[in-house]
Design a protein around this ligand. Sequence first.
Ligand code: GLC
Ligand code: CA
Length: 589
Amino acid sequence: MNLIRSTRTFSLLALLIISLNQFGWAQTPLVASTLAPAPHQAPGDSEPWWMHALIYEIYPRSFQDSNGDGIGDLKGITDRLDYLQSLGVNAIWLSPIYPSPQVDFGYDISDYENVDPQYGTLADFDQLVAEAKKRNIRIIMDMVMNHTSDKHPWFIESKSSRTNPKRDWYVWRDGKGPGIPPNNWQSVFGHSAWKFDSTTNQWYYHKFYAEQPDLNWRNPEVEKAMFDAVRFWLDRGVAGFRLDAIPTLFEDPQLRDAKETGGTNAYGDPILDDTYTDNLPEVHDVMRRLRKVVASYPGDRVLIGETYLPNVQELDKWYGGSRHDELNLPMDMQIGFTNKLDAGLFRQRIEDVETKVHGNQPLVVFDNHDNARSWNRYGDGAHDAAIARVIATMLFTTRATAMMYYGQEIGMVTITPARKEDVKDPIGVIGWPNEKGRDGERTPMQWDASRNAGFSTAAVTWLPVAPDYKTVNVKVEEANPDSLLNWYKNLIELRRTNPALRDGALTMLDPTNPNVLSYVRKGAAGTASVVVSLNFTAQPQTVSLDLAGTGVTADNVKTLMTDDPSLQSATGLSHIVLPPFASWVASVQ
Ligand code: GLC
Ligand code: CA
């Protein structure tokens, strides 16, 4: 396998503060449970569907091409819904499908209320929603509120003159002098965040590419227009939104220069403190108003946030803390992007989100379209499949809502471009060779061993199919009981059907062990609990798990899932020998 290893982690925060090289709606039937409702539910409310959901991110360009142009599309996704249902997916998060010049592959939107012809039509979208609904799968849209495309009619008007009514919809300023931008702020994607426009002799702010001008959220008309777009999709039956780059909505109105914190990033720019450009308190007022819009629709529509944050205290703010009135599921990036298999660190971060977010529901994610795949970020080159099972087991046996990225379930790897001229993601061109862009985690889904892995009949696909597709694909793995795909399927089914895994409180076991992560999920009185033990090292580890103080007795131990035959017959908790990177999930009663 031609594996190119990458430790790159893409995050708004990481890109700014660290150098890259360092680095039915048939919801499943409700199980009778005597546990108290989660604190953010009114008594008597049934659990919202997303509490125990598996949300699966599809990058539409790369999932399934239905018309042979080498680019995935909506009909392709509809054709693959049976697969998603068989995996146990409850909702699809669709990366942007709106009309777009595709500079940032859809994150530069030129019309919020339509579908890009590359991906299909609004009728294709409606059909996807309807067909998904038949399979109890919901559709979640990606909503990009920080910026539009520079080809959006709003921006075209805005830049036409200083007196245009839409001028103030974007962030325009005079420079400090001829050729000197208003301040030192930088784009997440490299170099100055300001672009000069010679028609009006002013600069506009772009947190991301210059083709993605930032909207001015201090202008109420912007909020109104964006909330209208939100209603457009809610009216069409979508189950909610994943809010793109949401901490970046507001900037310091005085445009104060950012402090340099030392060092340079992958683009060779000085690293800046982000106090004036990220997480300004005003964003939380917008979130509360947006929550009201979404909550006015029936059926537990959900707000998910792309929230790369430095710690759990910041994460809690995005739920609205004890008020529970902002996002339902801001992503916990602390857990999934730990980027090293350190049992102590995972234990700490899982406990953080269990205990420090006012009872709100955690959302854990290991893979997405912006980061090297978890297979590569956590793999050691010798035990990659076992490590992938450890990651999967954490994802589905803690209490969190689970989010996955297409191909994660079959062990797709990151295929970083080897030559600059092959790079499609512009940051890979801007940052080459330190930053090679995000193409590596966006290669086509591997369905079978046929040409282009069954993704497309085109002569050339928009990104090349990974070379390992003949052995790493859905068809081969469906037929192999020991495949990663079947490990995922079994875990997903276990979580769906096991009351303790669905709702049980989580308590860490053996909490000072630096090598093995163990915890118990407590079942309701008189029912089974579940113990999980994961070896984070390449050496065998022996653990003794003491349930004293957890309220669980360990009389009847029965293995539910393991990748080690010797653990199949385990009967007690006092002497468990875990081979390198073994996963063990057992029922205790
Ligand atoms: C988010 C998206 C990323 C995009 C950026 C700008 O981080 O996940 O893909 O490039 O926002 O919209
Ligand atoms: Ca196509």
